[in-house]
Each structure stands twice: as C-alpha cells, then as structure tokens.
Design a protein around this ligand. Structure first.
Ligand SMILES: Cc1ncc(COP(=O)(O)O)c(C=O)c1O
Length: 353
C-alpha cells in the first residue's frame, strides 16, 4: 500500500467557502488579518519575485531572535509550522516509531507522523482534561510527542509540572505554541535547559499571515541544525520572509489584535453560556462548545449556520471529539454578534416546534 493511501484526515476538507460575504469562524485565523505595514511591504516586494529567497532566511531569523530575545541559531523557519512538523518526523523518527498524540488535537500531527512511517499512539483526554500520568506511561514506549499548548480544539493546556514530567522521560517533546500570543504563556525559555524540547510558533494566527505560510521552531542549536539539513532551502518564499519581518515590526497592531481577540472571546464565552451551551474555557482565539443543549448534533448545527453563510468548525470529524462539539473562532465584534444572533434564532426555531 502506498503511504498516501493510509487512512488519515483530509487536511482542509472542511473549508467550504472562501471570501465574499461569508463569516468565516472555522479556521482560527486573525479577525484583523495582516498589519497594513505588511500589505505595504508585499506591494513593494512584488517586483523582486524574479529572485530566489534567502535560503537561510537570516533577516527573518534575526527579527524573530529580537522579538523573543533568543539567538537566531536557535530558530528554524518553515512553510508554516505544518512543514516543521513534517521535518521533525523526517529528521528524528524511524519507520515504526510510536508518536504520542493526545486527542482531540490538531490533525496535522497524525498526518506528519503517518506519512513519515510513524505510528500515532492516540491517548484520549478524558473529559478534555490533561492527565500527565497517562501520557508519561504511554510516552515511555515511543519516540516523540506532539503537545499543543494551548490545545486545538479544547483551548486548554497541560500544566507546567505535567509538561516537565514528559520532558524528564528524555523523549523528544514538540510543544506547539501556535496560539501563544493569546494565551500569554510559553515554555520557550525551557529550550536552554531541555535539549529534547522543540517549541513551534506560527505567523498564521496572531500575526494574520495564514495565507503566506510562515512558521518556526525554537530548539537547541544542534536540533535546529538537523532540521535545517532536511528543510528544502527555499521553502519560505521571498514575500513571506519580508512580510513576517514587517509583522514583527508592528507591535501596536499585534497588541490590537490580541486585545480584540480577548474581548471577543469573553463576549462569546458569556453569550454562549447565557444561551445554555456548555463552553470550555479557552486560552486561544477559539472556543469549543457542545451543541447538545440546543437539541441537535454538530453537523446539523453547522449546516444551519452555513446556510446563513456563517462557517464554524464541526468537530465530529475530529478524532476523539465526539459528535456534539463545535469550535468557533473569535471574529470581529460584528461577526461575533451575527453568530450569536443566528444561534438565538436557531434556539427560538427549536423551541417553537
Ligand atoms: C495547534 C496548531 N498548530 C499549528 C497550526 C497551523 O500553523 P501553520 O499555519 O503555521 O501551519 C494550527 C492551525 O490551525 C494549529 O491549530
């Protein structure tokens, strides 16, 4: 059997509509998109696309180093953090190795493991809570673990002691901090003490550059050197490199995005709870909620909203999430309000029947 024939989730298969007047709250993108400074730089840079990008992405690594106060030799950039997950499996895993994946979580961990010949070892988060003992036990027979912190879709995180427990096993631990700017916490500093730790970050969320595909890994210089050896030299294109540097340079815009998301998150959390939905507390730019109190399941509820051109994520296809849960990305205040109005309408329609 070809590796690509192995059954795993189809990336992006949920994306049913683009642009237009659709309210897109299904992919955890930024409600504000990119900084205007990024757009300016992209326009300026467009004429230079006849030239290859800097294969070492030095300017970008230095800008990331300044932003996080780390040495650029600890940074590997990639075509989205998706690419880096794949590189990690290529570089540090052998065919047949077990990869610990607590579920429900981001589907790309499974895809990266399987296409590189690894065997995902799924451990369910009972009641969507993190139980370190279970994870440490399962990790002992494996090669590496992918831990999203905060986790997508639950929005919560393994606590610091739990994470230390995993690191003390000596196995490679990949901590994916895609939503770190919204959570306000990070274990980047731990990469000095633990050379079995790789932290992933992305420009797709708080920086609003999802369409350009830029992510990065932070780890020991030795780890980073290995990743750089397996990375295709031009995987982060010219425009993406320049845009990411410009995004890092606009701290005000970043802060505005973070504030808007936090306010929107509180608004949605309280409105959803008032309507009677069970909502999990979230440190990210999305909320996981159960459609159960509405007397429906996730696919039906998402379909109802899609007909009103509001897209949220049906989690019934997410391994380990069950059939009742949905994920809602925090949008602009107007988008959030329209989503809540549609939800109220749905509930009224149910009650009238
Ligand atoms: C936990 C997590 N990591 C990574 C990503 C994707 O990052 P990138 O766009 O850099 O590939 C996502 C996207 O939803 C995510 O939820």
């Amino acid at each position: 059997m070809l590796r690509a024939e192995v059954k795993y989730p189809l990336a992006g298969s949920f994306q049913r509509a683009e642009g237009g007047d659709v309210i897109k709250l299904c992919s955890n993108e930024s409600p504000l998109g990119p900084s205007p400074k990024v757009v300016e730089v992209l326009k300026r840079e467009a004429e230079s696309v006849g030239r290859y990008p800097d294969s070492k992405a030095m300017e970008l690594k230095e800008a990331i180093g300044d932003y996080l106060r780390i040495d650029p030799s600890r940074v590997c950039v990639g075509n989205g953090s998706d690419e880096i997950m794949d590189l990690i499996c290529k570089a540090f895993m052998d065919p047949g190795d077990k990869v610990l994946i607590p579920i429900p979580t981001f589907s790309q961990y499974e895809i990266a493991s399987r296409v590189n010949g690894g065997k995902p070892n799924f451990v369910e988060l009972v009641n969507f809570e993190w139980c370190t003992e279970d994870l440490v036990d399962e990790l002992n027979g494996g090669r590496l673990a992918f831990i999203a912190r905060p986790n997508n879709p639950t929005g919560n995180s393994i606590d610091e002691d739990g994470l230390k427990g995993l690191l003390e096993t000596g196995k490679l631990i990949v901590v994916d901090e895609a939503y770190a700017e919204f959570s306000g916490y990070s274990v980047l500093d731990w990469t000095d003490a633990y050379d079995n730790l790789i932290v992933l970050r992305t420009f797709s969320k708080s920086f609003g550059l999802a369409g350009l595909r830029v992510g990065f890994a932070v780890g020991s210089p030795r780890m980073v050197e290995v990743l750089e050896r397996v990375r295709p030299p031009f995987s982060v294109n010219r425009l993406a490199q320049r845009a990411a540097v410009a995004a890092l340079g606009d701290e005000d815009f970043l802060q505005r995005t973070i504030n808007l998301v936090k306010e929107g998150r509180s608004y949605l959390q309280s409105e959803l709870s008032d309507i009677g939905l069970r909502v999990l507390p979230s440190d990210a730019n999305f909320l996981m909620a159960s459609s159960c109190p509405l007397g429906t399941n996730a696919p039906q509820f998402c379909e109802y909203l899609a007909q009103r051109r509001i897209l949220i994520r049906d989690l019934s296809g997410f391994r380990g999430a069950g059939s009742k849960w949905v994920r809602i990305t925090v949008g602009t205040p107007e988008e959030n309000r329209q989503f809540i109005d549609a939800l109220e309408e749905f509930r009224r329609g149910k009650n009238d029947r």
